[in-house]
Design a binder for this molecule. Structure first.
Ligand code: SAM
Length: 205
């Protein structure tokens, strides 16, 4: 997985690669899909949600440029896999999941595997997690109509928000960098994520 899906696509940062070598992805997917855990694709995790494709997890992680001393926020815990990767690369990881069953399952998996610097909460991550803000990096693992203001406000000066923006089916992966009271925005690539729910997400029709 690391060689074919991540290094060959141009991500070579040693700490990032080590994190992917160490975290056992098969323990974050449902038992019946373990045989496919290291395939080059997203997989269903139940309740209509997915664990993202390994390369997309690596790409989004690389875009927040972690050195090891940071506090980071993930919106959309899902299986907990992205949070486990982040736990290897940052000091503290906060992750929020909208669906209680998924949050509880991810919390259990992360605890069993000993990722002690990850804190999981059930809630609307489109509002961020103000109690522990600011964050040097925020990764949103669901597609938003636009970058939610509360997330931009919860960045450190110099921090990055990485998120897919757009409607169902196809989105653009955006990176926002906070520079004092201003933000630089750039588009990295096209992606396909499940929709973000909550106040700054998509309303169910
Ligand atoms: N990062 C996850 C992993 O490693 O397995 C994959 C996340 S999955 C693609 C997107 C997740 O975002 C879903 O579990 C979904 O329930 C969650 N989600 C959607 N809207 C949310 C919101 N407003 N707050 C928190 N989680 C949300």
């Amino acid at each position: 997985m690391v060689e074919r899906q991540i290094i060959r696509r141009g991500l070579r940062e040693p700490r990032l690669l080590t994190a992917f070598e160490k975290v056992p992805r098969h323990l974050f997917v449902p038992n019946e899909l373990r045989y496919a855990a290291y395939d080059d694709c997203a997989l269903p995790i139940g309740l209509g949600q997915t664990i993202s494709q390994p390369y997309i997890v690596a790409l989004m992680t690389s875009l927040v440029e972690l050195g090891g001393s940071e506090r980071v926020l993930e919106v959309g815990t899902g299986s907990g896999y992205q949070a486990a990767i982040l736990s290897q690369l940052a000091r503290e990881v906060y992750t929020i999941e909208f669906i209680p069953e998924l949050a509880n399952r991810a919390q259990k998996t992360l605890a069993e595997l000993g990722y002690v610097n990850v804190r999981v909460c059930i809630g609307d991550g489109s509002l961020g997690w103000r109690e522990f803000a600011p964050y040097a990096g925020i990764i949103v693992a669901a597609s938003a109509p636009e970058a939610p203001n509360p997330l931009l406000e919860q960045l450190t000066d110099g921090g990055y928000l990485v998120l897919p923006v757009g409607a169902q089916g196809f989105q653009l992966l955006e990176v926002w960098k906070c520079r004092g009271n201003e933000y630089d925005r750039r588009v990295v690539t096209g992606v396909a994520f499940v929709p973000l729910r909550g106040k700054y997400g998509w309303k169910r029709s």
